[in-house]
Design a protein around this ligand. Sequence first.
Ligand code: MG
Length: 197
Amino acid sequence: MAFKFFRPDVAYNDIYLITPHVLAEMGVKGIVFDIDNTIAPYEIIRPTDAMNNYFATLKQAGIKLAFVSNNKGDRVTTFNEGLGLFYVCKAGKPSPKGVLKCIQHFGLKKEEVIAIGDQIFTDCLAAHRAGIRFALVKPIKDKKTWFFRMKRFFERPFVKNLKWIRRKKKNQELHPAKEKKSRFRIRRKKKDNGKAI
Ligand SMILES: [Mg+2]
Protein backbone atom coordinates (compact mmCIF):
# COMPACT_ATOMS: atom_id res chain seq x y z
CA MET A 1 0.00 0.00 0.00
CA ALA A 2 1.28 3.44 -0.90
CA PHE A 3 2.98 5.72 1.60
CA LYS A 4 0.22 8.33 1.24
CA PHE A 5 -2.31 5.93 2.80
CA PHE A 6 -0.36 6.09 6.06
CA ARG A 7 0.38 9.80 5.92
CA PRO A 8 -2.06 12.10 7.79
CA ASP A 9 -3.38 15.03 5.75
CA VAL A 10 -3.06 17.38 8.70
CA ALA A 11 -1.90 17.17 12.34
CA TYR A 12 -3.16 19.01 15.42
CA ASN A 13 -1.95 19.01 19.00
CA ASP A 14 -5.51 18.34 20.22
CA ILE A 15 -9.08 18.18 18.96
CA TYR A 16 -9.99 21.61 20.37
CA LEU A 17 -7.85 23.29 17.72
CA ILE A 18 -10.20 21.88 15.07
CA THR A 19 -12.82 24.61 15.32
CA PRO A 20 -15.87 25.22 13.11
CA HIS A 21 -13.83 27.98 11.44
CA VAL A 22 -10.98 25.58 10.62
CA LEU A 23 -13.49 23.01 9.33
CA ALA A 24 -15.26 25.58 7.17
CA GLU A 25 -11.93 26.51 5.57
CA MET A 26 -11.37 22.83 4.75
CA GLY A 27 -14.91 22.43 3.42
CA VAL A 28 -15.72 19.85 6.10
CA LYS A 29 -19.35 19.23 7.09
CA GLY A 30 -18.98 15.91 8.89
CA ILE A 31 -16.47 14.38 11.34
CA VAL A 32 -15.79 10.75 12.14
CA PHE A 33 -14.12 10.68 15.56
CA ASP A 34 -12.02 8.01 17.18
CA ILE A 35 -12.67 8.08 20.96
CA ASP A 36 -9.81 6.54 22.96
CA ASN A 37 -6.79 8.80 23.29
CA THR A 38 -8.22 11.14 20.66
CA ILE A 39 -11.07 12.68 22.66
CA ALA A 40 -10.55 11.06 26.06
CA PRO A 41 -8.06 8.75 27.76
CA TYR A 42 -9.26 5.21 28.41
CA GLU A 43 -10.22 5.85 32.05
CA ILE A 44 -12.58 8.76 31.27
CA ILE A 45 -15.83 6.96 30.63
CA ARG A 46 -18.08 9.98 30.11
CA PRO A 47 -17.34 13.27 28.31
CA THR A 48 -16.12 16.14 30.50
CA ASP A 49 -17.64 19.64 30.35
CA ALA A 50 -14.90 20.74 27.96
CA MET A 51 -15.67 17.83 25.64
CA ASN A 52 -19.43 18.45 25.80
CA ASN A 53 -18.90 22.14 25.05
CA TYR A 54 -16.70 21.29 22.10
CA PHE A 55 -19.27 18.92 20.61
CA ALA A 56 -22.05 21.48 21.21
CA THR A 57 -20.05 24.13 19.33
CA LEU A 58 -19.57 21.79 16.38
CA LYS A 59 -23.24 20.77 16.37
CA GLN A 60 -24.32 24.42 16.48
CA ALA A 61 -22.17 25.07 13.42
CA GLY A 62 -24.16 22.37 11.63
CA ILE A 63 -21.34 19.84 11.55
CA LYS A 64 -22.41 16.20 11.59
CA LEU A 65 -20.60 14.01 14.11
CA ALA A 66 -20.07 10.29 14.61
CA PHE A 67 -17.85 7.89 16.54
CA VAL A 68 -15.99 4.97 15.03
CA SER A 69 -14.18 2.96 17.67
CA ASN A 70 -12.43 -0.37 17.78
CA ASN A 71 -13.43 -0.56 21.43
CA LYS A 72 -16.32 -2.61 22.84
CA GLY A 73 -19.95 -1.56 22.71
CA ASP A 74 -20.32 -0.58 26.37
CA ARG A 75 -17.34 1.83 26.22
CA VAL A 76 -18.83 3.59 23.22
CA THR A 77 -22.47 3.57 24.37
CA THR A 78 -21.56 4.92 27.84
CA PHE A 79 -19.42 7.70 26.34
CA ASN A 80 -22.14 8.53 23.81
CA GLU A 81 -25.05 8.41 26.31
CA GLY A 82 -25.50 12.16 26.71
CA LEU A 83 -24.45 12.99 23.17
CA GLY A 84 -26.64 10.64 21.18
CA LEU A 85 -24.37 10.55 18.14
CA PHE A 86 -24.29 7.94 15.40
CA TYR A 87 -21.61 5.38 16.22
CA VAL A 88 -19.92 2.20 15.12
CA CYS A 89 -18.19 0.12 17.81
CA LYS A 90 -15.87 -2.86 17.30
CA ALA A 91 -15.18 -1.20 13.96
CA GLY A 92 -12.13 -3.29 13.17
CA LYS A 93 -10.13 -0.30 11.87
CA PRO A 94 -8.09 -0.29 9.57
CA SER A 95 -11.19 -1.69 7.91
CA PRO A 96 -12.95 1.25 6.24
CA LYS A 97 -16.42 -0.21 6.93
CA GLY A 98 -17.25 1.88 10.02
CA VAL A 99 -16.11 5.10 8.36
CA LEU A 100 -18.13 4.30 5.22
CA LYS A 101 -21.23 3.68 7.37
CA CYS A 102 -20.84 7.16 8.89
CA ILE A 103 -20.43 8.85 5.50
CA GLN A 104 -23.59 7.12 4.34
CA HIS A 105 -25.42 8.11 7.53
CA PHE A 106 -24.32 11.75 7.11
CA GLY A 107 -25.48 11.81 3.50
CA LEU A 108 -22.40 13.87 2.63
CA LYS A 109 -19.82 13.62 -0.13
CA LYS A 110 -16.52 11.99 0.81
CA GLU A 111 -14.64 15.28 0.35
CA GLU A 112 -16.93 16.86 2.95
CA VAL A 113 -16.02 14.36 5.68
CA ILE A 114 -12.85 14.10 7.74
CA ALA A 115 -11.76 11.48 10.25
CA ILE A 116 -9.90 12.47 13.44
CA GLY A 117 -7.79 9.99 15.38
CA ASP A 118 -4.51 9.30 17.16
CA GLN A 119 -3.24 6.22 15.35
CA ILE A 120 -1.77 5.68 11.91
CA PHE A 121 -2.33 1.95 11.40
CA THR A 122 -5.96 2.01 12.47
CA ASP A 123 -7.53 5.50 12.21
CA CYS A 124 -5.49 6.97 9.36
CA LEU A 125 -5.59 3.83 7.26
CA ALA A 126 -9.35 3.34 7.75
CA ALA A 127 -10.03 6.96 6.70
CA HIS A 128 -7.87 6.82 3.60
CA ARG A 129 -9.19 3.42 2.57
CA ALA A 130 -12.68 4.92 2.84
CA GLY A 131 -11.52 7.77 0.61
CA ILE A 132 -11.67 10.64 3.10
CA ARG A 133 -9.11 12.97 4.67
CA PHE A 134 -7.50 12.25 8.03
CA ALA A 135 -6.47 14.61 10.83
CA LEU A 136 -4.00 13.20 13.32
CA VAL A 137 -4.04 14.40 16.93
CA LYS A 138 -1.46 13.77 19.64
CA PRO A 139 -2.51 10.80 21.80
CA ILE A 140 -3.77 12.09 25.15
CA LYS A 141 -2.23 9.35 27.28
CA ASP A 142 -0.62 6.35 25.67
CA LYS A 143 -0.81 2.89 27.17
CA LYS A 144 2.62 1.84 28.35
CA THR A 145 2.42 -1.71 26.98
CA TRP A 146 5.14 -3.00 24.64
CA PHE A 147 2.49 -3.41 21.93
CA PHE A 148 1.69 0.32 21.99
CA ARG A 149 5.35 1.29 22.13
CA MET A 150 5.97 -0.87 19.05
CA LYS A 151 3.04 0.75 17.26
CA ARG A 152 4.35 4.23 17.95
CA PHE A 153 7.81 3.18 16.81
CA PHE A 154 6.52 1.95 13.46
CA GLU A 155 4.38 5.08 13.05
CA ARG A 156 7.48 7.27 13.12
CA PRO A 157 8.30 7.31 9.38
CA PHE A 158 4.76 8.39 8.56
CA VAL A 159 4.59 11.25 11.05
CA LYS A 160 8.10 12.49 10.34
CA ASN A 161 8.23 16.18 9.35
CA LEU A 162 4.51 16.63 9.86
CA LYS A 163 3.61 20.25 10.41
CA TRP A 164 1.89 20.12 13.81
CA ILE A 165 -0.67 22.84 14.40
CA ARG A 166 -0.32 24.06 17.97
CA ARG A 167 -1.98 26.59 20.20
CA LYS A 168 -0.01 29.82 20.26
CA LYS A 169 1.44 30.94 23.57
CA LYS A 170 -0.86 33.30 25.43
CA ASN A 171 1.52 36.28 25.42
CA GLN A 172 2.39 35.88 21.77
CA GLU A 173 -1.25 35.78 20.86
CA LEU A 174 -2.37 38.74 22.94
CA HIS A 175 0.27 41.43 22.84
CA PRO A 176 2.99 40.82 20.27
CA ALA A 177 3.30 44.50 19.31
CA LYS A 178 2.84 45.87 22.79
CA GLU A 179 5.71 43.85 24.16
CA LYS A 180 8.15 45.18 21.52
CA LYS A 181 6.97 48.73 22.04
CA SER A 182 7.51 48.65 25.80
CA ARG A 183 11.00 47.25 25.41
CA PHE A 184 11.80 50.08 23.01
CA ARG A 185 10.49 52.61 25.49
CA ILE A 186 12.67 51.23 28.27
CA ARG A 187 15.73 51.44 26.04
CA ARG A 188 14.90 55.02 25.05
CA LYS A 189 14.40 56.02 28.65
CA LYS A 190 17.82 54.70 29.55
CA LYS A 191 19.36 56.65 26.69
CA ASP A 192 17.59 59.85 27.73
CA ASN A 193 18.75 59.37 31.26
CA GLY A 194 22.24 59.00 29.96
CA LYS A 195 22.00 62.29 28.11
CA ALA A 196 20.57 64.09 31.10
CA ILE A 197 23.51 63.08 33.21
MG1 MG B 1 -7.43 5.90 19.56
